[in-house]
Design a binder for this molecule. Structure first.
Ligand code: PLP
Length: 396
């Protein structure tokens, strides 16, 4: 029995069987590469689900974690800590938002944003509480974010859902206009839908939504949990579309591997007051020190500009594979968030063959694989990953 098989057997025995995992037990990572328990090396184009934006074991993040772990990890938010304040300042000074609250995950960040919208509606919109979100959106697995998510297969086992959410087709401003009522408090959207299959809206979609929100006095909440922190080629996705949100949520790439989430709001929209919200671990010294170090590096080294260069390079490779293999129906992407769609539901098989060929990918839909590599990926690594994917596609 291989080392990996033994660990997989242990998972089957002890772990809640909620996740369909790949049969790969990862024990080490460095940059864009990871190694399994039997010593096999892979190029990692999953990156912890769009989390490891600087790759694995980046020295800046490793150093920040080690130093902070040896200094001060957790204090409770009853007290001030310096890394939390430095990260808050960095994010606010580099975004259009004015205030930030730190939590521990994407779902929690969105929960905070949704609570903010409810309070804002109560105080300033005559009790409006509904939030319009998009079909195929993904906002998390807690009860409120599940209700916000526009994919019924995640919801069916957990009805009745929290009321107050209206779903409309994505990339359809008219549908938002039609769905708006006196009860509408906010519109919540992803700048590019990630879990929904990498759905890229028309260039003017968010601007037109922004204009409608302004006209109606609605909050525009952008869920940048997957698109933020350089993923689309700007520090924040909204910068790619020439709009400013009233509220923005972050997680994933913000932590460079450590668990952290955040919601940010414009001063005039931060309706939450003392006692309205809190978190034991949220924004603790360890996670914020890692997030601060990683974000400072991302900004200082203009990683978003590198992402823009690598976007063209990656998409050119994927288009070439589309020309080579008839089963590839479409290729799309923005920044380093890309998808390859097939003409049938073979994404699972492609991922299995890709594992064997030494490249880790994500089957985001039954017929679609998603690419979300570390933002530091190089042209050589893209060449190599594309070669391994080609090998995998030949097996079909
Ligand atoms: C856009 C978006 N929002 C929210 C979430 C939920 O984040 P988490 O899994 O950290 O709760 C995700 C996770 O994939 C996401 O992609």
């Amino acid at each position: 029995m291989s080392q990996s098989s033994a660990w997989i057997a242990m998972e089957k025995q002890y772990y809640a069987q909620t996740v369909r995992r790949q049969p790969v037990v990862l024990v080490r990572g460095q940059g864009c590469r990871v190694w399994d328990a039997d010593g096999k090396e892979y190029l990692d184009l999953v990156a912890g689900w769009a989390v490891n934006n600087l790759g694995h074991a980046h020295p800046v993040v490793t150093h920040a974690v080690a130093e902070q772990a040896a200094t001060l990890v957790q204090t409770s938010n009853q007290f001030y800590t310096v890394p939390q304040l430095l990260l808050a300042q960095l994010l606010i000074e580099h975004s259009c938002l004015d205030r930030v609250f730190f939590g521990n995950s994407g779902a929690e960040a969105n929960e905070g944003a949704l609570k903010l919208a409810r309070k804002y509606g109560k105080q300033r919109q005559d009790g409006a509480y509904e939030v319009i979100t998009a079909a195929n959106s993904f906002h998390g697995r807690t009860l409120a974010t599940l209700a916000a998510t526009g994919q019924s297969h995640y919801q069916e086992a957990f009805v009745p859902l929290l009321p107050g959410f209206v779903h409309v087709p994505y990339n359809d401003v008219e549908a938002i206009i039609q769905a708006t009522t006196d009860s509408t408090a906010a519109v919540m959207l992803e700048p590019v839908q990630g879990e929904g299959g990498v759905n890229i809206p028309d260039p003017d979609y968010l601007q037109r939504v922004r204009a409608w929100c302004d006209r109606q006095g609605l909050l525009l909440i952008l869920d940048e949990i997957q698109t933020g922190m350089g993923r689309l080629g700007s520090l924040f996705g909204y910068q790619e579309y020439g709009v400013e949100p009233d509220v923005m949520t972050l997680a994933k790439g913000l932590g460079y591997g450590v668990p952290i989430g955040a919601f940010l709001a414009k001063e005039g929209c931060m309706a939450l007051e003392p006692g309205d919200h809190g978190s034991t671990f949220g924004g603790n010294a360890l996670t914020t020190a890692a997030a601060y170090a990683g974000t400072q590096y991302l900004i200082d080294h203009d990683i978003p500009a590198h992402v823009k260069r690598m976007e063209t390079y990656l998409l050119t490779h994927l288009q070439a594979l589309r020309g080579q293999f008839a089963c590839v129906a479409a290729v799309r992407g923005k920044g380093l968030l890309a998808a390859m769609e097939f003409d049938s539901d073979i994404a699972g098989r492609v991922v299995t063959y890709a594992n064997e060929a030494g490249v880790l990918l994500n089957a985001v839909r039954p017929n679609t694989i998603r690419f979300m590599p570390p933002l530091t990926i190089t042209v050589e690594e893209i060449d190599e990953a594309a070669g391994r994917l080609e090998e995998a596609l030949k097996h079909l």
